[in-house]
Design a binder for this molecule. Structure first.
Ligand code: BG6
Length: 507
């Protein structure tokens, strides 16, 4: 159904707006969710004209348009306002523009504010929105907030209090774009629509769980931000812990925003908060050095733009989370994320326990691992391919009785993947529908910071021996040792293929 709404985007000239928001708004426009009755105000410091802004917007949707007229009509709904977020008079002009667009497009006072800029200003912006009367229109007022939501628990709490002065929890949409990804949403379908999995989804049948978010890219032009953040805050505090909570939570009573949040929060609350000593044994950090993969050469992290020459920022994290509840006690949840790894890939491996006795082992006196069966593994492929696979043991064809791992594999077709709505498109539509299911509640954010702060504090007490992995590999040796110490190994080994062919320059 067509939405009547005024978007005000703070950070309208920025990278996120151009790469994600404008194309997503255009997709919603093509599908008819946005038609005649919407307008967008882009604000930022730069002194752009409406014409220039519209040119920029059209540039971001070039690959999606059916005709030039279509692009022009869409872009005609965009207005630009040069804005200093600390200057109250600027909000007065913003309000004037907002009121006139509300009249012009018959928006019934509905407003969605999108904060896609430095988090330092989030508090200032929302307080001015209120003080300058921008929230006095008839319709709804919602605010979408990009990460990072604070830089630790204390700053997140303060920010939340500032925002709560102006918006209620129901009006706040904290974005974690992973929650808009098709296959992340599919985790719940796999778990709760398949008895063969849900009945086994606990410490009696599962040996360990592995969550990988690997990136092949380096920090690109985001060195300035990333060098202050690091992989722990950039990926673990949000995306990884959100995925973990979806995998670990109890089945919700109903698949509704309220019930889902309740269960996710319970799961996050059950994650063990480590002591500093425990952090040392359960978490590994890394930073990439120069490396070579096939014929590609990569610079080390410290040589990247806007990164300190002696930077101690981690570009890689591997760790083991433990969940202290009846369902998961004793099951390690291993996580691994990093930049400049061998391949881009987000995938989850659920590793099931072995059968109690391997009746196929040849030598009855041999109880050792050589004769172990391969574990059953359910893999959920989040990106770039989307699908599931289940590895089983079958009999090798022929005389005798050797077992052989076989894989049941399902992937969405390229066509389906291409036509799947982008995460941002889905989340924007959710926010327009007032549906907060796929956004992060304050309690989730708060608990995630508590978990991560302890790791950060422990790390900050020691200077790491960086760099410690070569670009193109899957991280430092310690990340392998972490699992080996428990008798496990990473199921996903994209580097192996390159190593076997001597295409990876190190280790
Ligand atoms: C962002 C991080 O949240 O997620 C980036 O800030 C990271 O550093 C990105 O590259 C990964 O997202 P995706 O959708 O490409 O997996």
């Amino acid at each position: 159904m067509e939405k009547k709404v005024l978007f005000t985007i703070f950070g309208g000239t920025g990278d996120l707006a151009q790469r994600k928001l404008y194309p997503s708004l255009f997709r919603l426009y093509k599908k008819g969710d946005l038609k005649e009755d919407f307008a967008v105000i882009g604000t930022a410091r730069r002194p752009w004209s409406d014409e220039h802004y519209r040119e920029v917007v059209m540039g971001t949707i070039e690959d999606l348009i059916e005709s030039k007229e279509q692009a022009e009509t869409f872009a005609s709904h965009f207005y630009y306002q040069s804005h200093d977020v600390t200057d109250t008079t600027h909000y007065d002009s913003l309000k004037e523009l907002a009121d006139s667009l509300d009249q012009k497009y018959q928006l019934e006072g509905n407003q969605l504010f999108y904060l896609a800029m430095s988090p330092n200003f989030f508090g200032t912006i929302v307080s001015h929105l209120k003080s300058q009367g921008m929230l006095e229109t008839e319709g709804y007022h919602r605010v979408v907030i990009e990460k990072p939501f604070g830089s630790d628990y204390a700053s997140a709490k303060q920010l939340n209090e500032e925002i709560n002065q102006v918006f209620s929890e129901q009006e706040i949409y904290r974005i974690d774009h992973y929650l808009g990804k098709e296959m992340i949403q599919n985790i719940s379908a796999i778990r709760f629509a398949n008895n063969i999995f849900e009945s086994q989804w606990n410490n009696r049948y599962i040996d360990n769980v592995q969550i990988n978010i690997a990136e092949d890219l380096g920090v690109e032009e985001r060195g300035g931000y990333y060098d202050k953040s690091g992989a722990l805050k950039d990926m673990v505090q949000n995306h990884i812990l959100q995925i973990l909570s979806l995998l670990a939570m109890e089945p919700p009573v109903a698949f509704s925003e309220k019930e889902l949040r309740t269960e996710k929060i319970k799961a996050l609350n059950a994650i063990r908060i480590y002591s500093e000593e425990e952090v040392k044994t359960n978490f590994v950090r890394g930073q990439y050095a120069h490396g070579q993969l096939e014929d590609q050469q990569f610079a080390g992290y410290r040589e990247e733009m806007n990164v300190a020459e002696d930077s101690a920022t981690e570009t890689f994290v591997a760790g083991k989370f433990l969940i202290d509840n009846f369902r998961w006690s004793g099951v390690p949840f291993y996580v691994r994320t990093g930049k400049r790894l061998t391949e881009k890939g987000t995938r989850i491996n659920i590793v099931f326990k072995q059968v109690p006795v391997n009746v196929f082992k040849k030598d009855v006196t041999d109880c050792e691992s050589k004769k172990k069966l391969a574990p059953n593994v359910l893999t959920i492929y989040i990106q770039p391919t989307e699908g599931f696979s289940l590895s089983l043991n079958g009999k090798e064809i022929g005389q005798g009785f050797d077992t052989l791992p076989v894989k049941l594999d399902y992937r969405n077709s390229t066509e389906i993947v291409e036509n799947t709505p982008e995460a941002y498109e889905k989340l924007l539509l959710d926010a327009l529908n007032g549906d907060g299911t796929n956004f992060t509640h304050w309690d989730e954010v708060a608990q995630s910071w508590r978990i991560v702060d302890v790791i950060r504090h422990a790390w900050d007490k020691e200077t790491p021996d960086f760099p410690n992995y070569s670009a193109g590999t899957m991280g430092p040796k310690a990340a392998y040792d972490l699992l080996a110490a428990d008798g496990f190994e990473w199921i996903w080994k994209p580097d192996e293929w390159y190593r076997e062919r001597n295409l990876l320059n190190n280790q």
